[in-house]
Design a protein around this ligand. Structure first.
Ligand SMILES: C[S@@+](CC[C@H](N)C(=O)[O-])C[C@H]1O[C@@H](n2cnc3c(N)ncnc32)[C@H](O)[C@@H]1O
Length: 213
């Protein structure tokens, strides 16, 4: 869904940093070979993630929902010299394409891939993350958030993607629409949760920034 007119969206993207060539190639290959290519982060939001990561300059990043690795590569751009990004993906078939692009990017040695359910893997990670990106199953957002906040410190930033869910969060709720119901609760919870300070940005499908207090 476009929240802004396509012409304004193009203007915004064209007035921002260009999409790196490697990410253009990854987008093409994802569209050719992988199902549901619309899940990929894309040019404008990717540059936003890159910029946020460069401003935060994290030592440790955690991502839930690698898909073909686009957002991981954007976030890795802001890592400290000796930093590390841990990214979790339940679909093992995506492992090869992720690794190929991670290695070509030069960030390969700094990116650790995990295959499996994030809800099993996050509790096993013995790290404190400065930046977390949640971008997997919407119905599990609250569970991901509760798992990752245990692995942060005051000042860490937790990003949650797709929180506007194509605008469904402001439409009459359909009984069968579990994802929207969960996101409505999740957005309310983040606003009220005393452990974080939150702003919801109307970037692409909605991106929430929560700063851990
Ligand atoms: C929206 S896509 C992620 C897009 C990616 N961040 C990007 O920008 O290119 C969501 C991904 O989360 C994965 N996923 C779903 N449930 C998961 C879980 N419980 N643990 C880990 N990954 C999961 C899906 O297989 C899918 O590849």
């Amino acid at each position: 869904m476009h929240f802004l007119s396509p012409i304004l969206e193009s203007y915004i993207a064209n007035s921002s940093e260009d999409e790196p060539k490697l990410l253009q190639e990854l987008t093409r290959e994802t569209h050719l070979k992988v199902v549901q290519p619309r899940m990929i982060t894309g040019h404008f939001q990717g540059r936003v993630l890159s910029m946020l990561s460069k401003i935060i300059n994290p030592k440790y990043i955690l991502e839930i929902g690698t898909y073909t690795g686009y957002s991981a590569l954007c976030l890795a751009e802001g890592l400290q010299k000796d930093g590390e990004l841990q990214t979790i993906e339940v679909n093992e078939e995506l492992h090869e394409i992720q690794r190929r692009y991670f290695d070509r990017s030069g960030f390969g040695p700094k990116i650790k891939q995990h295959i499996g359910d994030a809800l099993d893997i996050v509790p096993e990670l013995d790290l404190t993350f400065d930046l977390v990106f949640i971008d997997a199953q919407k119905v599990n957002y609250d569970a991901y958030f509760e798992a990752v906040i245990q692995k942060t410190r005051p000042g860490s930033v937790i990003l949650s993607d797709n929180v506007l869910w194509s605008g469904k969060v402001v439409e009459p709720l359909q009984k069968s629409d579990k994802a929207t119901a969960v996101l409505l609760e999740y957005n309310q919870k983040l606003k009220e949760d005393p452990r974080v300070e939150t702003v919801l940005l109307p970037i692409r499908d909605g991106l929430t920034l929560s700063r851990v207090l």
